[in-house]
Design a protein around this ligand. Structure first.
Ligand code: ADP
Length: 435
């Protein structure tokens, strides 16, 4: 075992988002003798472990460690916090018991074998979450029991694996994380500063004598990642997340809209720190001059009252999203309400390339797939359009596999060797583009 060292946590690069590996400042690696392939123990508020891969040249001298969101959950740390790490010798696991986190799965011998094979890439610690991809489908497991227990383990030929079919309860499932969002660097940074920082460290704001914002407006066209940003910031700040949709609340709860709003604010306060996300806020709060109905007027007034009633540093932040900032009631944009705005632009070439990388990162891509080319020819596509393109291309590959008889739909399960043969090709993308 080596000495403990302290490192600052940064998010992993997109390509590592689904790999159980960390990357450390190369200078620290040279100094401490931690080498590629080593296993390190990582201690944040929780203890976990991971394998070390080559450090990034850009991290040299910065004293940082790159961890993806699952590893950060396992260590219970956020970005920019510090962890202590040291090199350890992992022990061979005699026995490992896993349970799926959110869904019920069918476990047969093939599946067990497949998972065992994949687990060889992982370091296993009791209580950790593991995400394993089966043809681009993420399966999240919790390690519920190991032998020896409480140790840092690796899987060997002799390890016995058991997988529950029913999900474990009471675990928080990681949803959207920063790595799931391409492009939007400025927006990410702003929202973290305005929302995550005050939610996590209210004392800092108190100390500096500044008021963190109660309301933020995300402004931009549909499908550009506004909802993703709100979810990611909630997830990363460990905040409760409740979403409402402007038009829906105005129609579905007609006559009950104000009560519904009050309920949502109550729910958020009870579960604080919390984020309330109001999509298409222009629908819930149209300009007063344009309002004809009494109901709309009352809903706007109710929202104002609720926002004014939020305690300063009350640990509830309201994020509104709109594509029509001018249609939002000016009263909602006064100080103490939605007084900060973040503009979200449609992605340019670089942005589209990043978003395509994210949406294809779990796909088995054929070597002929040229994401740069695809980014070039998708001018005008939003993030949502690019996500749909990737999905369609994968469906096209799947249809080919079924038509060619590679996948036999009459079989109860698909053997792992078959998965390995399915690849998404450039032709799948171009045919998806034509649709
Ligand atoms: P908005 O709230 O702006 O209408 P969403 O955040 O709901 O858009 O995006 C819809 C979907 O489009 C997302 O679930 C995601 O799959 C994809 N998407 C949009 N923007 C991005 C982005 N910047 N990076 C990655 N995926 C994106």
């Amino acid at each position: 075992m080596s000495e403990w060292i302290e490192l600052r946590v940064l998010e992993s690069k997109a390509r590592d988002a689904n790999r159980p590996v960390v990357r450390i400042d190369p200078e620290v690696m040279e100094r401490t003798g931690i080498a590629v392939g080593d296993v390190i123990e990582i201690v944040g508020r929780r203890r976990t472990a991971a394998k070390v891969w080559n450090g990034l040249p850009e991290d040299r001298g910065k004293g940082v460690i790159r961890m993806n969101s699952i590893l950060r959950k396992n260590a219970d740390v956020s970005l920019n916090e510090t962890v202590k790490v040291r090199r350890v010798e992992p022990k061979p696991a005699a026995f490992v018991k896993l349970a799926p986190v959110s869904m019920t799965i069918a476990v047969d011998a093939n599946f067990l074998q497949y998972i065992k094979q994949r687990l060889r890439e992982y370091v296993v610690v009791e209580g950790d979450m593991l995400q394993i991809y089966v043809l681009s489908q993420p399966l999240t497991f919790q390690v519920v029991q190991t032998k020896p227990s409480n140790a840092i383990l690796i899987i060997t030929e002799d390890t016995q694996i058991q997988i529950f079919e029913k999900p474990v309860s009471g675990v928080k499932i990681p949803h959207v994380t920063w790595e799931d969002i391409g492009d939007l660097e400025d927006a990410k940074q702003k929202i973290r500063e305005l929302v995550e920082l005050p939610l996590r460290h209210p004392e800092l704001f108190k100390h500096l004598g500044i008021e963190p914002p109660k309301g933020i407006l995300l402004i931009g066209p549909p499908g550009t990642g506004k909802t993703l940003l709100a979810k990611a910031v909630a997830n990363e700040a460990n905040a409760y997340f409740v979403a409402i949709n402007g038009p829906e609340i105005m129609s579905k709860y007609y006559g009950e809209s104000e009560a519904r709003l009050r309920e949502i604010f109550e729910e958020a306060k009870k579960n604080a720190p919390a984020i309330i996300f109001i999509d298409e806020i222009d629908a819930i709060a149209p300009k007063r001059e344009e309002v004809t109905g009494e109901v709309e007027k009352r809903v706007v007034a109710q929202l104002l009252t609720l926002m004014d009633g939020l305690q300063e540093r009350g640990q509830v932040v309201v994020i509104g999203a709109t594509n029509r900032p001018d249609a939002v009631d000016p009263a909602l944009r006064r100080p103490g309400r939605f007084d900060r705005e973040i503009w979200i632009n449609p992605p340019d070439f670089k942005g589209r390339y990043e978003i395509l990388q994210i949406h294809t990162r779990n796909m088995p891509l054929a070597p002929d797939v040229d994401l740069r080319k695809l980014a070039e020819i998708t001018h005008g596509f939003s993030g949502a359009d690019l996500a749909a393109l990737a999905r369609e291309a994968a469906m096209s590959a799947l249809r080919r596999a079924i038509q060619s008889g590679l996948i036999d739909l009459n079989q109860p399960s698909i053997p792992p060797e078959v998965f390995e043969q399915i690849k998404v090709t450039m032709a799948d993308f171009t045919s998806a583009l034509r649709e």
